[in-house]
Design a protein around this ligand. Structure first.
Ligand SMILES: *Cc1c(COP(=O)(O)O)cnc(C)c1O
Length: 425
């Protein structure tokens, strides 16, 4: 350690010392290597950003609404944007009766996750998550050092029986410390899986009868390629009188339907919970960028981002088809390989034979100019690492059709080389 490091490290908090860099963000740096094919990135195609429309609105918002767009705003968020969001949620999610007090605008969903951690978690709190899990959520919650209990993901959502068993094995004292269940309800990151209606209902009933909150993260719900929409857990709770409290916090974002650079997120929930999140946000950033809030609000007046998304969704769906066909035609050469079939979103989850460690294999993959995100990146501890270490997240939104096919050839080559090296063949 050099002098500067020593000087600074001596002052770090316990949490900072125990924070690891986000593996995915680190891995994605190698995307810039020439000829690299990346199945790694979970970001939208920049060509889909409505840049010309945005540029026009931005000019107008800066020149003519500068008293709002260049000034501090309220912590709760721009009322015009909230009104636009409420209309959008009613039209596309059938969520009715929302008022301004049900909503806080956040700096992306990532901030919402951070505020939820600050608001609900103490260092000895427990929260329930899936295995595998979205790493961004775990990093936000980890800042509070909670304990995680995990439910394995099945084809129609998490195994709630496991959650029930794990919770019933806790002492009464520990049971009081469970705060919430975190779930990506549609086209999950990383698995691409959506919760069936039955599982949504069961999870809600389980949470409600155990006095727990559900944090429903839904960045991908609008990215459906086919099949009928399934109501959000928030809506299931809202539409049924038997729930005296709606225990769901619904997180939405414009990152996957419009542009992540706007950093535009929203939390919908009971006004008492929303008020608490607002109080936490006051200390975090005072307010979300008033400029991008007003820009988004004016965009919503003129365009429906979910309707505008339709051509992009067709493109993503066709790439999903190419990916699945490449799995069937090329990847299936590896005996025992399985994958999920997503009806929307950006990801599929591939599971290789048990002996393969996809994190260890990544170096060989990079040499063969293909990258993916190893399953391990979505685990929180050794128990969950064991369950996902032979899996990988494969994203189909950014590579071209040709790259998807070629990438599968490179993947097969890599797996064979790895198996040979390990004496597995
Ligand atoms: C992409 C993504 C988000 C969005 O985060 P932002 O901060 O809004 O960009 C949230 N949750 C999940 C599961 C995601 O995949």
């Amino acid at each position: 350690m050099n002098m500067r490091e020593q000087y600074i490290n001596a002052k770090l908090s316990w949490i900072a010392k125990n924070t690891k860099a986000n593996i995915i963000r680190e891995l994605l740096k190698s995307t810039s290597i020439p000829d690299m094919i990346s199945f790694g990135g979970g970001v939208p195609d920049p060509e889909t950003f409505p840049r010309h429309e945005m540029a026009k609105i931005a000019k107008d918002v800066i020149e003519n609404e500068y008293k709002i767009s260049l000034q501090y705003g309220s912590t709760e968020g721009d009322e015009l944007l909230k009104a636009g969001y409420i209309k959008l949620l009613k039209k596309h999610n059938g969520i009715e009766g929302l008022k301004s007090e049900n909503i806080v605008i956040t700096t992306g969903s990532q901030q919402a996750l951070d505020l939820i951690g600050r608001t609900f978690l103490d260092p000895d709190s427990i929260c329930a998550i899936c295995s595998p899990v979205y790493l961004g959520a775990v990093s936000a919650f980890r800042a509070r050092d909670p304990r995680f209990i995990t439910m394995p993901m099945e084809i129609d959502g998490p195994d709630i029986n496991v959650l029930e068993q794990k919770i019933s094995a806790l002492s009464d004292d520990e049971k009081q410390k469970i705060k919430f269940i975190y779930i990506v309800s549609s086209f999950d990151n990383p698995t691409g899986i959506s919760l069936s209606l039955e599982k949504r209902q069961r999870l809600l009933d389980f949470a409600y009868s155990n006095d727990l909150i559900i944090v429903e993260d839904d960045p991908y719900g609008a990215l459906r390629f086919e099949g009928e929409q399934v109501p959000t857990i928030y809506k299931l709770a809202q539409d049924n009188d038997k729930y005296e409290v709606n225990p769901v916090l619904l997180l939405n974002t414009f990152s996957k339907v419009l542009s992540p650079g706007l950093r535009m997120g929203i939390v919908i929930g009971d006004p008492i919970m929303v008020r608490r999140l607002v109080m936490a946000k006051q200390g975090a950033d005072l307010c979300t960028s008033t400029l991008t809030q007003r820009l988004t609000a004016r965009y919503l007046e003129n365009y429906d981002p979910i309707v505008e998304m339709e051509p992009t969704l067709e493109l993503y769906a066709s790439k999903r088809d190419t990916m699945i066909k490449a799995f069937e035609d090329i990847l299936s050469e590896i005996e025992g390989v399985t994958w999920t079939y997503p009806n929307g979103g950006l990801f599929t989850w591939v599971t290789l034979p048990e002996e393969i460690d996809t994190m260890e294999m990544l170096e060989m993959a990079k040499k063969n100019k293909i990258i993916y995100i190893p399953g391990e990146a979505f685990s929180v501890n050794e128990e969950t690492r064991q369950l996902v270490k032979n899996s990988m997240r494969v994203s189909f939104c950014l590579p071209s059709h040709e790259e998807i096919v070629e990438g599968n050839h490179r993947l097969v080559k890599t797996i064979k080389e790895y198996m040979e090296l390990k004496g597995l063949v």
